[in-house]
Write a protein that binds this ligand. Structure first.
Ligand code: HPA
Length: 248
């Protein structure tokens, strides 16, 4: 079972032949939305809209623990592909580019970020040297290659708290830290998947130049973002379809 967490602009997957929807309760409360089960080709897929069906849950209020728990324990996902929109920092990662990041930096705060939260459970420190699953990343990159959708295969994803966008100085700092793209939902999603020992990778659509860069030099033009995202997410869907078609 492959799980797909859809972000802004991707609240459903047209190619998914839906078989059922399920409302799941978890020890951590309610996931962002009901789980949608179905098939793409022969691959069983479960889809979850990260921000809810009506896109009403802001990044800092997403119940990441409930979402991950539901996908892994209720839906039995054995791999998770996260789809997210990001701002581009690195000069070759402008609006419209698609990126499969290989590293992450966490600037979020106040989000429940572990399943090992004291109580009865022993203290566990998971290894997070490589935050994304190498083989799932490679499968995404191969799928892009196979259908001629260019994917940038190495980028450091900075996760900011949001929901506001960054100041230009903050983006400069992120760049000095080594970040190439910036989004608001990469963490704690990635680490919770790791705690559940489930391969996790992300495919990110650059929706805008980050603050102070490119055509965001003076402000971010929100009115342009929607059209760009729709175009990019069309390509993301094709990559995911190919990934599913290629699953043995
Ligand atoms: N910053 C943070 N998150 C984002 C951005 C951005 O510029 N664009 C899309 N998600």
């Amino acid at each position: 079972m492959l799980a797909i967490i859809g972000g802004s602009g991707l609240t459903q997957l047209a190619s998914l032949e839906v078989t059922r929807r399920e409302v799941v309760r978890t020890p951590y409360g309610e996931p962002s939305a009901s789980l949608t089960f179905g098939r793409i080709g022969t691959q069983e897929v479960v889809f979850l809209a990260r921000h809810g069906h009506g896109h009403s849950i802001p990044p800092h209020r997403v119940n990441y623990r409930a979402n991950l728990w539901a996908l892994v324990h209720a839906a039995k996902a054995t791999g998770i592909v996260s789809v997210a929109s990001v701002g581009g920092i690195r000069s070759d990662l402008g609006t419209g580019k698609l990126v499969v990041p290989h590293q992450i930096i966490d600037y979020t705060w106040g989000r429940p970020a572990t399943f090992y939260d004291g109580g009865e459970s022993p203290v566990i420190h998971v290894d997070f040297t490589e935050p994304y699953d190498r083989s799932l990343r490679e499968r995404l990159l191969c799928a892009g290659d196979a259908i001629g959708v260019p994917l940038s295969g190495a980028a450091v994803y900075a996760t900011t708290q949001g929901p506001r966008l960054e100041s230009a100085a903050e983006i400069n700092r992120l760049e000095r830290d080594g970040a190439d793209i910036v989004g608001m939902t990469g963490m704690p999603e990635a680490v919770l998947a790791r705690e559940l020992e489930t391969p996790y990778a992300a495919i990110c659509a650059v929706a805008n130049w980050a603050a102070g860069r490119g055509d965001s030099a003076n402000a971010i033009a929100f009115e342009k973002i929607e059209a760009v995202l729709q175009e990019s997410l069309g390509q993301v869907r094709r990559v995911i379809e190919h990934l599913c078609a290629d699953t043995p």
